[in-house]
Write a protein that binds this ligand. Structure first.
Ligand code: SAM
Length: 337
């Protein structure tokens, strides 16, 4: 058989090679990459930009693919629009992380939105994205409604809650709950966000993938449920991630499942949303339809993780981190999501 994954990193230049991204030590997928366009190390993480026949430009942080020009809409549209369409009049939106600008670009499509505050810890990811990822942010950083803050999203939210700030929607687009991003997945953080959005707002985050990271999915649901009355996962296949992915809408009052396809289509028109590749009235309704195994995960007995227990995340994520034997097989570089 020819054309299968080969070990090693693509070399700078035109050599065609494959990158393997593992979901577990036993399963993953490969992406043919034609060129390593950029590689660098920031204070916080390693950045790489690849060109690929399937997805065009694709961004990796710390060896994990984050987004690509060719498939970014699967992730960004379904993170942003189901929540903002469910909210009757989203005006102020807070985005944490999301340095590539794709989330802000989708939020700014809503004509009700008058301000997007985006807090990203790594200014170099933003600078890099402004320069190389125009196909993803499409000028969002230059929109006059956009306010960019370079800083820690944990501290910023805590202080904003103390100041009594209000947002209609808060979107967490973070790296996985490994290492420094763990506090941003705890009950205390979610409680501060709940103060920012009050009774009428909506909280959005990803929940990892419920296929190969079942325990982490169940844990994140338990953490969000510790704070909100309505917690509704939605599912979307994301090609770059090689699996079904899950997001979560949480609120004290808003239930996105109450929106009929006709109501969704009507709001899409009223908000002036254009250039949607995935999101419509039918996909809104379908995204909240959960298979039985996901329902079962939602009813797990996972106990919520508090700030003083963040090491509990390590035991859960270690299952997919223990890929040493796989590293040997793929030649020393086995990124994983
Ligand atoms: N869509 C992506 C995924 O799940 O694959 C996430 C994309 S986004 C590029 C993740 C961003 O979160 C990174 O740019 C990272 O710098 C940022 N981030 C991580 N921890 C953060 C924190 N404490 N405050 C603000 N931003 C943070």
């Amino acid at each position: 058989m020819t054309g299968g994954p080969q070990p090693g990193q693509p070399k700078r230049g035109k050599d065609e090679q494959f990158l393997i991204e593992s979901l577990t030590p036993n399963f993953g997928h490969f992406i043919r990459v034609s060129e390593l366009l950029y590689e660098g190390q920031t204070e916080f993480q390693k950045i790489e930009l690849f060109d690929s026949p399937q997805f065009g430009k694709a961004l990796r942080l710390d060896n994990v693919f984050q987004t690509s020009a060719g498939d970014e809409y699967f992730y960004h549209e379904m993170m942003v629009h189901p929540a903002l369409i469910t909210h009757p009049n989203p005006e102020r939106v807070l985005i944490i992380g999301a340095g590539d600008g794709g989330m802000a670009e989708e939020a700014l499509k809503h004509n009700t939105v008058r301000e997007v505050v985006m807090v990203e810890i790594d200014g170099q990811v933003v600078d890099f994205s402004k320069k190389y990822l125009g196909d993803i942010h499409r000028g969002a950083f230059d929109d006059p409604r956009m306010q960019l803050v370079i800083g820690d999203g944990y501290q910023w939210v805590m202080e904003a809650a103390e100041r009594g700030e209000h947002f209609d929607a808060v979107i967490l687009d973070l790296t996985d709950p490994i290492g420094p991003s763990r506090p941003l997945y705890t009950v205390e953080y979610y409680a501060a966000i709940a103060r920012l959005i009050g009774h009428t707002g909506i909280h959005v985050q990803h929940l990892e993938n419920p296929v190969t990271r079942k325990e982490l999915f169940a844990q994140l649901v338990a953490n969000v449920r510790a704070v909100y009355h309505h917690v509704h996962p939605l599912l979307q296949y994301v090609p770059l991630y090689g699996t079904l992915w899950s997001f979560c809408n949480a609120s004290q009052t808003l239930d996105p499942r109450g929106m009929s396809p006709v109501q969704v289509e009507s709001r899409i028109r009223a908000r002036g949303l254009t250039d949607l590749q995935v999101y419509n009235g039918d996909t809104h309704r379908a995204a909240y339809a959960l298979p039985n195994f996901v329902r079962t995960l939602m009813d797990s007995d996972a106990q919520p993780i508090h700030l003083n227990q963040i090491e509990r995340f390590d035991a859960i994520t270690a299952v997919s981190e223990s890929t040493d034997h796989l590293r040997i097989i793929v030649g020393g570089d086995s990124p994983q999501r």
